[in-house]
Structure formats: structure tokens, C-alpha cells
Ligand binder design. Structure first.
Ligand SMILES: [Mg+2]
Length: 234
């Protein structure tokens, strides 16, 4: 017999929160404040190339300074050639873009999130967030009114551990006060979220809002609230 689920642990980026507004417009604005004119069409074109960094270097999330440095380099990869800038200047500009994303107003919860978290609370489930993020995450979650539904928030840059390592998931279990079999971890990426959770013995649930996931060996849900069917063992 399987253990009843007592805790739901959530990834944050693209699971609970998404960025607000246009990334390209933000880059244009930051570049113009630094005295550069950025061609939005060219930036759009350069982005797919740099998007590959996203989940390759999760180690950078183990501290604020390395998260900022990693993202600054990532942005600089696109900005240096576009603006014909010396690397150092492009990295500075990248850092300025990163800093904008430490602000709560650059993020917003997906429309379904608050209702799902409220439902989890109503059901008496322990709920927490485990995220590869800078120490700015807690104030961001708080600004969006989500901390009231959460029993804990485990942030990589605060504790010096990152996904997909098992240790950060073990830390979340300890905060939740449940065994691995009594928790589900919900996230939007297979390697960091599903394989990471699995390394700690937790069942991962892939959130695939766009219906883009390939066939995977874990439960897949299209909306956060669909996780309650899994909690009920359906
Ligand atoms: Mg995510």
C-alpha cells in the first residue's frame, strides 16, 4: 500500500511564477539607460541561441553572486555581438538586466496558482517551495501574497545547494517533516525537477501547461490544480 500524500512541494519559476511583460522590451529599456540602442528584432533572433543555458548550469544558483554572474554572462552572450560591446561592458549590462528580475513586479503568479495553493491549504496539506533562485525569492513570493499558503520556502542561494542534487530535496522533506513517500514535487522541467526529486525518493509530477512534453516516465499535469487527483491516488 502506498503512503498517503501529506506534502506538496513546488518548483517556482514557470511553475508558480512567470515573468511579467516583454523580456525584449526590458532589455531595450536597460540598454537605453546605459546609452545603447538595442534592435529588438535582432535580440529576438539571438535569444534561442542563448536560451540553452537555462538548466545546464544549476550550480550557479547555490549563491546570489554566482547566480548573478551566470545570468550576466548568459545575457552578455547575446548582447556583446548585437551591440558590438567589449565583453566586460556586455556583462555589466547583463547584470543590470538580472537585477530587474530580483524585483517582485517583474514576476506574476500564473492565474490558477493562488486557487490551487488555497485548495492545498484547505485540504490540510503541508505546502512548500523548493527553488533554484536567489535570496530575492522570499520577498517576491510574499509580495504576490503566496507565502500565506506556504509552510516553508527552500531557496538554493540561501542554503548553498541546487537541483537536481538530492540534498536540496532532502532539505525540503526535512522542512516538511514528511518522508519522501509522503510528498509530491511539482515542477516544469524534467531533469532538474523530476530527476532531482526522484534522486531523493520523491515522486515528481511534470507540469506541462503548453502540452509540449514528450512521453515521460512520470505523471504529467496540465494545470497545477490537477495535482489533487494524484494526491487522492487517482
Ligand atoms: Mg521551473
Amino acid at each position: 500500500m502506498t503512503s498517503p500524500i501529506r506534502a506538496l512541494i513546488y518548483d517556482c519559476g514557470n511553475t508558480l511564477l512567470r515573468t511579467r511583460g516583454s523580456f525584449v522590451e526590458l532589455c531595450e529599456m536597460v540598454a537605453s539607460r546605459h546609452g545603447h540602442r538595442l534592435d529588438p528584432v535582432a535580440l529576438e533572433r539571438a535569444l534561442p541561441h542563448t536560451a540553452t543555458i537555462w538548466y545546464r548550469n544549476t550550480e550557479m544558483y547555490t549563491a546570489d553572486h554566482s547566480a548573478r554572474a551566470g545570468w550576466s554572462e548568459h545575457y552578455a552572450d547575446a548582447l556583446a555581438p548585437l551591440l558590438a560591446l567589449p565583453r566586460e561592458e556586455a556583462v555589466d549590462l547583463g547584470g543590470a538586466i538580472y537585477d530587474w528580475y530580483t524585483r517582485a513586479e517583474q514576476w506574476e503568479p500564473y492565474p490558477e496558482v493562488e486557487a490551487a495553493l488555497a485548495e492545498g491549504k484547505r485540504r490540510g496539506l503541508i505546502q512548500g517551495v523548493l527553488s533554484d533562485w536567489g535570496s530575492d525569492l522570499l520577498p517576491i513570493l510574499s509580495a504576490h501574497g503566496l507565502t500565506r499558503y506556504l509552510d516553508f520556502v527552500v531557496v538554493s542561494a540561501v542554503i548553498g545547494l541546487a537541483k537536481p542534487g538530492a540534498e536540496i530535496f532532502a532539505e525540503a522533506l526535512q522542512r516538511a517533516g514528511v518522508s519522501a513517500a509522503e510528498a509530491l514535487y511539482v515542477g516544469d522541467t524534467y531533469v532538474a525537477d523530476i530527476l532531482g526529486a526522484r534522486a531523493a525518493g520523491i515522486r515528481g509530477v511534470l507540469l506541462d501547461r503548453e502540452g509540449m512534453a514528450p512521453l515521460v516516465d512520470c505523471p504529467v499535469i496540465a494545470r497545477l490544480g490537477d495535482v489533487f487527483a494524484l494526491v487522492e491516488g487517482r
